[in-house]
Design a protein around this ligand. Structure first.
Ligand code: OAD
Length: 257
């Protein structure tokens, strides 16, 4: 996990910019949860990602092709997320929100922000904890997923309302984002004066448009990521550090008088 990346020091001008902001949005991606032990999407992967493409596992076509495979993979991820804990970055955001107007928007389908004590304004890509019927959309309770990686497909449960197959609560490639979550996120991005973009490769649209929306509206945008991304050149501050190292250091510096 980026042992070789050389972290850059915290820029005092960045601390001043964050300290003077009145309306802060934090936009997070898979890198936010990496130090909790949740693999990201586009870094070196383990387990099922090695054998199947994301499109096979996270698209309507993949679901139609092999529902048992897709259900098994999401059950494995759900179990993985249940067994890990929020990291110091999640906890720093929750602590910061106690004295600052902070809006968290996430692409992550885990609940690690919430378990650290934060309120998430928008889960743009849905939630592992909210399966629903693929036919009638009735919610179906999550059973917490699997404790071990599955050895093969697992048939999805049957909806008690209509008898359809229950599907994962995540948004798949090619699907529309939940409209309420998107509207909230778009409004927040347009209204903020500072956006922290943490742990996203910023390549999956429309979510990746949110930092650009903030920039267009005159906000300062700060990227926290150990690697450069498509966004790095466009933002005012691109800090090479990780979520669990950078966020506590930043919040500590901002709160120190
Ligand atoms: P990616 O896997 O594309 O990108 C993860 C980013 O996190 C990369 O830029 C890494 O450099 C960075 N990163 C890794 N470790 C980090 C750490 N410890 N701290 C901070 N940053 C770190 O994940 P996303 O950008 O979230 O969509 O991917 C976007 C969407 O693509 C996902 O929500 C998912 C996926 O397909 C759906 O499932 C619809």
């Amino acid at each position: 996990m980026y042992r070789d990346a050389s972290p850059t020091p915290l820029d005092p001008a960045l601390v001043d910019a964050v300290r003077s902001a009145r309306n802060v949005v934090v936009f997070t991606g898979a890198g936010m949860s990496a130090e909790s032990g949740v693999p990201t999407f586009r870094d070196a992967q383990t387990g099922l990602w090695e054998r199947f493409s994301p499109e096979q596992l996270a698209s309507p076509d993949g679901w139609e092709h092999d529902r048992g495979l897709v259900w098994a993979w999401y059950q494995w991820r759900t179990g993985l997320v249940r067994r890990v804990q929020p990291n110091a970055g999640h906890r720093a955001l929750a602590a910061w929100a106690r004295d600052t107007e902070l809006t968290i928007l996430t692409q992550n389908v885990d609940d690690l922000h919430e378990r650290a004590g934060s309120t998430v304004a928008a889960h743009l890509h849905g939630s592992l904890l909210a399966p629903r019927c693929s036919t009638c959309a009735a919610p179906f309770p999550s059973d917490g997923g699997l404790d071990v990686e599955p050895s093969g497909p697992i048939p999805p449960p049957t909806c008690p309302v209509c008898g359809g197959d229950v599907r994962p609560g995540a948004v798949w490639f090619g699907e529309a984002l939940p409209s309420e979550a998107w509207d909230r996120a778009d409004r927040a991005a347009a209204a903020c004066d500072l956006m922290l973009v943490v742990g996203t490769s910023a390549v999956v649209y429309p979510a990746a448009a949110l930092p650009l929306r903030a920039l267009d509206s005159g906000a300062t945008v700060v990227e926290i990521n150990p690697q450069s991304t498509d966004l790095s050149a466009a933002v005012q501050y691109s800090w090479r550090t990780t979520a669990a190292v950078g966020l506590p250091a930043l919040v500590d510096a901002v709160q120190r008088r």
